[in-house]
Design a protein around this ligand. Structure first.
Ligand SMILES: [Zn+2]
Length: 844
């Protein structure tokens, strides 16, 4: 297909006057979009989607127009160029798609209510009002909104309201901004407000179905994040207010609309009296992520969607920089190392993965760009690499210059590299291009050959991969002085190993700090040296060792059976990053055992052995002396003991359940999902199931609901599994935004796998109709690829998805997931016997 023309090239808007009349009752939007701008051609095009256009006028005169569904616009013949004002009258439906202008549903005191919100990124502003819906088409906007308003209702938007006349709410003119960042919300709301040191009003908004105290945590984080960024970026927050709004129905996690950030309720509202620490940290980093975008993304925006990574990678890094700065004891970077890093390394090892920077034109393909493991996690890792290379002083100086040069405008990746390069004196662009433009990452092999220590880079694959001879400029971060900062060539001889070893006095290591995007394969001499001194390693280095061994085993460069005997020595670590890395490896071993087999019993015994001492140390009840590592490790090790079916652990969880039976929500949030699931699995009944399902329907606490979902989907009873499948399409029970978690829960349950797989194949069309417009729609396929492990399932997966392979936005996911499943099937076939023998050996 020929490169499509961006509408911005034909017409450059300067200012919009937008009038909207929204009726919840009739589900109709009508309005006028009046756009003043410069026509560079006499025939221009304006985006619209799903609209009825009733009239188009240019400078007051009716002009001809035609629809063009393919490019989601209308073509207008102006018959002239230059400064023009185009007024477009339209009507549009208000749909439940969670895109454009849409209702969110909730209940308050038994009454069904709705709140209207917006989600325009990437290409849905064109469903709300006709516009040039491209990030480069920045303009100022005057919004005037009327709706079927009830007493006590509130409306908020990017800018403060200036007046209400005849039921129309008028908002102050925005700064120059992109259409995808426009937002508003109205309905019956509660809010809490505060002010930053510099005078920015900060607020958190939610429906009244929540307790007021649930707004406090996010309000405090939002205020302090803005104060942090104003200082770190040396650039003031550009708007009078920063509202955070929780919407009951929300397809993504959160959206950085300028001045009115919208969130899934789970990522904004926190019960301060009973929330697991990891969820608090998650909410804090999500808020900090969206607020990082207020500058990086909103003030300076990517020129086109191919540079989406510029927004997301940066915000993903800054969420950790910010939270680590404002709450240094929370271990924000530990969460990065345990979450984003393995996610990026796993996905980026599959051949066919996208590069961080991707050329893209088709709107359906733009949404498919949001591969969170790549654009967010790998991209953040790239920037962490840059930060480690140039240091914070140069980073801040570079950013300040970048914002000053491009504010209220657009930029490309090269503009950021050049700003950081000027501030640091390094050719940042040259180093980063190898990471940005190439998919995948290298494994660096370190070997002693004829007494010489040599390192070599080669692309790392999990599964078949075509070696395209890719090379990277790799920041090596070695603990040996003889090693250069960067590996720019394929291989390097570092000199006589014995001399180097004696001089340094410690085992040879690369990627110390685990901040560069590569893994290391040490030869036996070097690995044994590291393992003999493993207790001297800090926790990140231990995590890294476990993570690299796991990936090398997944990539068939070492055998999984060889990894098994190494695990026990990490089992009693007090560091949660080590415990989490350990159980990630252990979790990967579970694919080698068939459910309900003798091998699975052996695996359970192995889990029991790994977890025994930690379970004894940490127990079920939080202690006053717990530090954050203890708090985070406790559910991990207890979960291992429950998988092991340790009788004491099963009984202890049951006791906790019984003691809290009248108020299950008050169970300690960190262990609540384990206790509830244990009860369903080991003491379950239809009565309990129905009780938990009712609690799910009634609760507004997102974290409790997630726990109930995990418990309900773990049932082993076929009749109850059928009941679960039956609620998948009942939006009054399972909101479409939460359905993926339910589907994943049932699919990952060996007793529910068949039913969940049948459901998605039978009702694929319903799923596509319901959540197909969602940016994360493809992750329904990803979820399946994480579970399937047999040749039969691989064949069924192919039979179902291969015919869909040319669906826009699905091609890459289907191709990669076939590879992921077939790689797993082959690995199990080849190594199952050896792994199970190693487990039997390890169980004393
Ligand atoms: Zn983001």
């Amino acid at each position: 297909m020929a490169k499509s023309t961006h509408f911005y090239e034909l017409f450059q808007p300067k200012h919009y006057d937008i009038y909207l009349d929204i009726n919840r009752e009739t589900k109709q939007i009508s309005g006028t979009s009046t756009i003043t701008g410069n026509a560079s051609e006499s025939k221009i095009a304006i985006h619209q989607k799903y609209m009825t256009i009733t009239a188009v006028k240019a400078d007051g005169q009716a002009v001809p127009f035609t629809f063009d569904d393919q490019s989601e616009g209308i073509h207008i013949d102006l018959n002239q160029t230059g400064e023009t004002t185009v007024a477009i009258d339209f009507t549009a439906p208000l749909t439940d798609s969670m895109m454009g202008i849409y209702p969110s549903y909730y209940e308050l005191n038994g009454e069904k209510k709705q709140i209207i919100g917006t989600q325009f990124e990437t290409t849905a502003a064109r469903q709300a009002f006709p516009c040039v819906d491209e990030p480069e088409a920045k303009a100022t906007f005057d919004l005037a909104i009327k709706f079927d308003e009830q007493p006590g209702e509130t409306i908020i938007s990017n800018m403060p309201e200036v007046k209400t006349e005849n039921g129309v709410h008028y908002f102050d003119t925005t700064v120059r901004m992109s259409s995808y960042l426009i937002a508003f919300a109205f309905g019956d709301m509660q809010s809490k407000l505060t002010t930053t040191k510099s005078g920015v009003q900060v607020g958190v908004f939610a429906t009244k179905a929540h307790q007021a105290k649930e707004l406090d945590f996010a309000l405090d984080i939002a205020k302090r994040s803005i104060e942090f960024y104003e200082d770190f970026y040396q650039t003031p927050y550009p708007l009078p207010h920063s509202w955070q709004m929780a919407l009951p129905d929300f397809s993504a996690g959160a959206m950085e609309n300028w001045g009115l950030v919208t969130y899934r309720e789970a990522y904004l509202l926190i019960d301060p009296d009973n929330t697991a620490f990891d969820l608090k940290l998650r909410v804090a980093t999500v808020v900090a992520h969206e607020l990082a975008h207020q500058w990086f993304g909103d003030l300076v925006t990517m020129k086109w969607w191919d540079d989406l990574w510029l927004n997301e990678s940066f915000a993903n890094m800054m969420e950790y920089v910010a939270i680590d700065a404002i709450e240094p004891t929370w271990g924000a970077w530990d969460a990065f190392q345990s979450g984003d890093v393995p996610m990026a390394l796993q996905r980026d090892a599959t051949d066919g993965v996208q590069s961080v920077h991707v050329q893209v034109e088709d709107p359906a393909e733009i949404d498919a760009l949001f591969d969170s493991a790549i654009v967010y996690a790998k991209g953040a890792r790239m920037l962490v690499m840059v930060r480690a290379l140039i240091g914070d002083d140069a980073l801040r100086a570079g950013l300040k210059a970048y914002f000053a040069a491009h504010k209220y405008g657009n930029a490309r990746g090269a503009d950021l590299w050049s700003a950081l390069g000027q501030a640091s004196g390094l050719d940042v662009g040259a180093i980063m291009n190898s990471w940005l433009e190439q998919p995948g990452y290298p494994v660096v092999t370190a070997k002693v050959v004829d007494g010489q220590l040599t390192i070599t880079q080669q692309q790392f694959f999990v599964g078949d991969g075509q070696d395209a001879g890719r090379q990277w400029q790799i920041p090596l971060n070695s603990n040996y002085d003889a090693v250069p900062t960067l590996l720019k060539d394929e291989s390097l001889n570092l000199g006589d190993y014995q001399t180097l070893r004696q001089t340094s006095g410690e085992p040879f290591r690369l990627n110390v700090g685990n901040n560069s995007h590569f893994i290391v394969q040490y030869d036996d001499t070097l690995l044994q040296d590291i393992l003999a001194n493993v207790n001297a390693l800090d926790e990140i280095s231990q995590l890294q060792l476990l993570q690299d061994l796991r990936l090398l085993a997944e990539g068939r460069r070492i055998s999984y059976a060889a990894v098994v005997p190494l695990l026990q020595q990490f089992a009693d670590s007090k560091y949660t990053v080590v415990t989490s890395a350990l159980y990630t490896v252990a979790g990967n071993l579970r694919k080698f055992v068939t459910p309900d087999s003798a091998e699975e019993e052996q695996m359970k015994a192995y889990y029991d052995q790994l977890s025994a001492q930690q379970v004894a140390r940490l127990g079920w009840t939080p202690r006053a002396s717990d530090d954050i590592d203890d708090e985070l490790s406790r559910p991990t090790v207890l979960s291992a003991a429950l998988f092991a079916h340790n009788t004491k652990a099963v009984a202890a969880a049951h006791d906790q359940f019984t003691a809290n039976a009248t108020d299950l929500a008050s169970l300690p949030a960190a262990t609540r999902p384990l206790i509830l699931a244990n009860e369903v699995k080991n003491y379950g009944s239809e009565t309990l199931f129905d009780q938990l399902l009712t609690a799910y329907r009634d609760s507004t606490d997102a974290s409790y609901k997630a726990d109930l979902c995990a418990a309900l989907t773990s049932t082993t009873d076929a009749a109850l599994i059928a009941k679960l499948i039956a609620v998948f399409e009942d939006a009054d029970t399972v909101k479409p935004q939460d359905l993926r978690a339910w589907f994943r829960g049932v699919l990952a349950n060996s007793k529910g796998e068949q039913a969940a797989w049948d459901w998605i194949r039978n009702d694929w069309q319903w799923l596509e109709d319901t959540v197909g417009g969602d940016m994360e729609f493809t992750t329904y396929i990803t979820v399946i690829s994480r579970v399937f492990r047999t040749p039969e399932r691989l064949a069924e997966f192919k039979a179902f998805f291969e015919p869909k392979i040319n669906t826009p936005g699905l091609t890459r996911e289907i191709t990669m997931d076939i590879k992921v499943i077939s790689t797993r099937v082959n690995l199990i076939k080849d190594e199952q016997t050896a792994v199970n023998a190693a487990i039997a050996d390890a169980v004393k």
